[in-house]
Design a binder for this molecule. Structure first.
Ligand code: ADP
Length: 539
């Protein structure tokens, strides 16, 4: 398995090199369909593909990019072979600057998770590198006599507009939708926080398909130069309704329908049926179309994400509020009751002159103090577990369980219980030690508490690994839990049996700790037979 810390540190196999080169070549050759003047094309796909490759795989791709640009000098029709190594430089520089400015300097996330990263991508990733590329290329063309010096700036302007839009439109959907599958395929660690793969729901997907068909119909029936704003309207509607990802897809589809479809099916390229001034007009339209709808889609998606996060925060606050209510109620009972009992017993002790009774009073005071102590410990456990950051380390599960059993050995009735650890298959685990201790301690003390008075009491531990999840099972032959209570025992302060002491906090705290670890605890139990608690935590 190839584990690493992201795109820049991963090992690149020869298959990745080869596929990347083939992709670059295909995109470059496809761009020939759109050849406009020597060295320039309407739609230059190599930029989009190259940007995606360099963001995913890092600057080591530059070598391939230079090689690809060199090979393509032939297809682009540059006459002097000696000029090829020079003509290959601007394109390679474009990718280098894009990667440097977007990924390195602005720490841009290439899966474009919010408006901030979209703006960085548009400016640092595309606009600036494209400007440098275009100026350098056009001056080189002029130097080698392939472009008239007087036309240089109008040519830079037209080509810049022509490259800016398709580069964004083709690369964005790939970066949004394919980044995660790509990293997953190579089993590489995600390159940053919030590495998401936006999913399209069934309804938006159906709407998108209808929109695609409609766009095709439009392409055949109306003139793009005059009516480009109709397309703008369509992508704006999609942006408002479905946000960023779908808008990026619709724009890609418009590009396919307007440029690629006629070029590939009818071999009609823009340069055949548009004049230079018409082209600039179209480019302005399509650039604005793409920019407005993409930015609008991103803003809408950000707004929805913010709304969702507020909703989640509200739910959390509500949960905390109900917990607080229960907490206040229970504290008044669990803290006040043993305190009152201690006060009552000390009064009796003061009044009762019979020395024989004193030992009994002291024992009962001790018992109440123990209850207080246990309650305060549980509250502290909960507070620690819910607030402290997760840490992960190698843990010997058997050792941890044995230590925990040892901590319970002074409990009355402990000596009647048999402990069986022979089924611990998975002994070396990796997780947060404090949370694991909380879980094992609470489950074990319950098992001991509810089985110590039974005959042939036995507590069995078993562990195994399933699909990256550790399964730890703690089984006892205790009193069991009536079925109707089993669902509620993980609630805060819920107690299903009142013959044994307890605050009803243990399982709640254990469950919260397991959730913190990304796992859960479940129970199966039969009254009079015993209980089985199954802990699942990711490894
Ligand atoms: P408590 O402090 O009361 O034990 P818990 O949250 O740990 O609180 O457990 C909640 C309830 O679940 C207990 O009151 C008890 O009725 C039931 N329970 C938990 N573990 C067991 C077990 N191993 N055997 C029987 N009943 C159990």
């Amino acid at each position: 398995m190839n584990r690493n810390t992201g795109a820049l540190h991963g090992k690149t196999s020869k298959w990745i090199w080869l596929s990347a080169f083939v992709l670059l070549q295909i995109s470059s050759l496809l761009s020939i369909f759109f050849l406009y003047t020597k060295g320039t094309a309407d739609v230059y796909l190599t930029f989009s593909i190259g940007i995606v490759l360099i963001y995913w795989l890092g600057p080591r791709m530059l070598f391939l990019m230079y090689l690809n640009a060199l090979v393509n000098c032939y297809f682009w029709g540059h006459e002097s072979i000696l000029s090829w190594p020079v003509f290959a430089i601007p394109e390679t520089l474009f990718f280098l600057i894009s990667w440097l400015l977007f990924v390195k300097v602005s720490k841009g996330k290439f899966w474009v998770p919010d408006l901030n990263h979209l703006v960085k991508f548009l400016v640092m990733g595309i606009a600036i590198p494209l400007s440098v590329y275009m100026i350098l290329l056009k001056y080189l063309l002029a130097y080698f006599g392939e472009l008239d010096l007087t036309e240089i700036w109008s040519s830079i302007f037209a080509s810049w507009l022509g490259d800016f839009m398709p580069t964004i439109i083709v690369s964005l959907p790939m970066l949004i939708y394919l980044s995660k599958p790509f990293f997953k395929l190579l089993r590489w660690t995600p390159p940053g926080e919030g590495f998401i793969n936006p999913k399209i729901g069934k309804r938006p997907a159906a709407e998108l398909i209808i929109t695609f068909l409609f766009i095709l119909l439009l392409t055949i029936s109306i003139d793009f130069v005059k009516y480009w704003y109709v397309y703008a309207l369509i992508s704006l509607v999609i942006a408002v309704r479905h946000g960023f990802g779908p808008t990026a897809l619709v724009n890609l589809f418009i590009l396919l329908a307007v440029y690629f479809f006629p070029a590939i099916v009818f071999r009609q390229t823009a340069n055949l049926y548009f004049s230079q001034s018409e082209l600039v007009e179209i480019y302005m339209g399509t650039n604005l179309l793409a920019l407005f709808s993409i930015v609008c889609g991103r803003v809408i998606s950000d707004y929805r994400l913010a709304q969702q996060s507020i909703r989640e925060q509200m739910e959390k606050v509500e949960k905390i509020n109900t917990e607080l209510d229960r907490f206040v109620y229970s504290v008044s009972h669990d803290l006040v009751a043993p305190l009152k009992s201690i006060k009552g017993l000390t009064n009796l002790l003061k009044k009762d002159q019979n020395e024989l009774n004193s030992a009994d009073y002291i024992l009962r005071i001790e018992d109440s103090a123990d209850k207080l102590d246990e309650f305060i410990h549980e509250i502290l456990d909960y507070s620690r577990s819910s607030r402290l950051e997760l840490t992960s380390k190698e843990i010997d599960l058997e050792k941890l369980i044995n230590l925990n059993i040892d901590n319970h050995k002074f409990i009355q009735g402990f000596e009647h219980i048999t402990f069986d650890l022979s089924q611990l298959e998975q002994k070396q685990i990796r997780t947060d030690e404090m949370r694991l201790k909380i879980i094992v301690n609470n489950l074990l003390s319950n098992a001991i508490k509810f089985c110590k008075d039974q005959e042939n009491a036995e507590i069995k531990f078993s562990s195994s690994l399933h699909n990256g999840m550790l399964q730890l099972i703690i089984e006892d032959t205790g009193i069991g839990i009536p079925e109707e209570y089993q669902e509620r025992i993980f609630e805060m302060f819920y107690r299903a049996s009142h013959d044994q002491p307890g605050s009803g906090l243990g399982l709640f705290i254990a469950q919260e700790a397991a959730r913190k670890l990304g796992g859960s605890i479940s129970v199966s139990s039969r009254e009079g037979v015993g209980s089985r608690f199954q802990v699942e935590i990711p490894q």
